[in-house]
Design a protein around this ligand. Sequence first.
Ligand SMILES: [Zn+2]
Length: 144
Amino acid sequence: MRRPRRDSSRAPAEPAPKAPACREREATGPHPECNICRRLAVEHRIVCRIVDDALSQGLLCTVSFGDDDSRARFTIDRALIIEEATAADESFIRFHRNEDPPPAPFGWCFLVFGNSGWDVISDYTSKTESVLEGALALAEELSP
Ligand SMILES: [Zn+2]
């Protein structure tokens, strides 16, 4: 299993460059002829697929940004997980088995936004392949 690029034992490196935004989207909503809007739509589809498959396998999700946890913690709230996972340029979705207590760690995936869209899944633990199978197939399908 590869490690995420971020290493919590060291001081944070330069922040990742901010993904380009679409001003028109902010004003009037997404438009399909725009590269940025197309990329955002692809990233969103893939993240939705990850979350749907994780929840259908009975897993809880926690979203974190490097060292900081988001509002989505040990939850099955689909909308919240997707909102938080797509809120930063990089995020982790951590999966937990729904055991009581505490939720047992299952694995994670690391998402990087702002590249080609279909490559949003940057890294993941090998065990997580069972969760990501559908999303990875979708990413493959959406790649040029
Ligand atoms: Zn746009």
